[in-house]
Design a protein around this ligand. Sequence first.
Ligand SMILES: Nc1c(NC[C@H](O)[C@H](O)[C@H](O)CO)[nH]c(=O)[nH]c1=O
Ligand SMILES: CC(=O)[C@@H](O)COP(=O)(O)O
Length: 233
Amino acid sequence: MASFATTECFLPLQQSFLAPTHHRQGNGTSSTVVLLPRAAPAPHHSKSLSFSFSSQGTNSCIAVGRKDRSSFAQTAAVRYLMGSVTRTQGLRFAVVVARFNEIVTKQLLEGALGTFRNYSVKDEDIDVVWVPGSFEIGAVAERLGKSGKYHAILCIGAVIRGDTSHYDAVANSAASGVLSAGLNSGVPCIFGVLTCDDMDQALNRAGGKSGNKGAETALTAIEMASLFEHHLK
Ligand SMILES: Nc1c(NC[C@H](O)[C@H](O)[C@H](O)CO)[nH]c(=O)[nH]c1=O
Ligand SMILES: CC(=O)[C@@H](O)COP(=O)(O)O
């Protein structure tokens, strides 16, 4: 939010209401605050205006002073936008799941499908696409995103460290691939790929003592799908 000390310029009034009030400023001067209706026509003498900005909590106020000491102000409430996990009707999802380490990824997938069902996403609104490994997820996620058929793409995999640096290549490529898919397609692509040092870590996060990352990231997919569909169109 921009902040103004005193500026010789004119700010378009977004919203306000008629309520002349008097502000006593620190330097002993006072200004009359007249709140104008939304989209009020700009005063013709905008060149002679000065502005001061103050904010308390979520309300902000721009006091506009005129050289003749009268002024008006604008009060705006901060809007908070957030996806809703209870508004899932009509939302469609694709789940891209890697077959590599299937003992882990199938449990992640089950966790994800369980979350979708718990939040009233219909089975017919979910497509599951299997790919060989996590490296292949990004390209498929981007193709699915660009299809225009889905509100979010959930990407599931399990990258487990071996004896070489191949782990780093696959893990980093999977992460950048999912990120790029979301940015390039404009559809939220959610990173549900485990990157673990060993199989125990992976199984613990696929329904074991550390929970199920598939279930968790499915909830993220729902919230992001709702945010984009209900607030960012
Ligand atoms: N080692 C893991 C892989 N490796 C396979 C790659 O994902 C990819 O399919 C291959 O390099 C051909 O392009 N994939 C995983 O998902 N998890 C691993 O631990
Ligand atoms: C993440 C991998 O690609 C890894 O499982 C491969 O194992 P290694 O590094 O022993 O070849």
